[in-house]
Design a protein around this ligand. Sequence first.
Ligand code: PMP
Length: 361
Amino acid sequence: MSTVYNFNAGPSTLPKEVMSIAQNEFLNYDNLGYSIMEASHRSPEFQNVIDTAEGNIRKLLNISGDYSVLFLQGGASAQFSMIPMNFLEKGKTADYAQTGAWSEKAIKEAQRCGSVNIIASSKEKNHTYIPDIETWALSQNSAYLHITSNNTIFGTQFHQFPKPSPDAPLIADMSSDILSRKLNINDFGLIYAGAQKNLGPSGVTIVILNKNLLDRIPENLPAMLDYNTHIKSGSLYNTPPTFAIYMIMLTTNWIINHGGLDGIEQLNDEKAQALYDLIDTDDFFSCPVELGSRSKMNVCFRLPSEELENKFIASAKAEGMIGLKGHRSVGGIRASIYNAMPTEGVQSLTNLMVEFKKSHG
Ligand code: PMP
């Protein structure tokens, strides 16, 4: 089978080594004679898996005991609702930065729960930049400030984070850049991320939250939507997505074995730089995103015409590179180069870009 490089935005490519370990122990996990997929979520085997996955995430992000790490369901989309249900107290306002389609969905859900203030927006320029955080003025009675750290569709990313007050903690949707770079977890009240880009397969969502927020949670929320439920039960209130959590354990082992977030961040910087350098050499390729806002996870670029873009996508496919079509609201090309995209995959793409420009430029 020839190599295929998968540039899809999520679900997306997973480390080959991780897939291979999962394959090798699929039928017989840890010499038990059955698959981890078949193990009870109450078994010591699975407890060990979820503890290791949590321990790995804590180690990688240097997370103290002040924070809980949860494995939930419902995707990042369920968090759009859970966050305001738990933390948008009556009489307060939730501040949201509007930097793309996913933040817009988060805003919509918060508006169902209470008062929302859009404190910054990049909408007027089709979300091609991250608004300057220095100019943001939080609401006086702010419950929290919500950002989307990486905008998967528009290819923008926060390279610095706002520092709101302890009263109004920073909450970040990190679905498309979690564990891709170093982070000071203490700057955040809550971080959440669907797993299907940097962590594993779809079906599980990571939530990391500061326990000092828990006394804000109202009484009588539905149990599944109350963070306390999941903290008290160690993410085992009901049957969790056991196989997806097992895959997170393997993927986080893999990150640790690749130099942790120092090593991964360096590789991610190099991969993104190789693409942006080539895009910026002349005006055959162009990147719609402003320089200081460019994403290292989703590299969006255009060719001189839509016809050439379609041709480019077809040529890429013929050479084993898939998933390069930009989101329909942006057009063009989007190369999603998460942690698991090997350097060779990016090289293969830059080689094609050079050749394509020669023959069509
Ligand atoms: N936030 C961001 C930044 C995303 O990229 C996505 C999915 N691509 C979501 C939220 C929605 O995630 P889910 O499908 O897990 O609900």
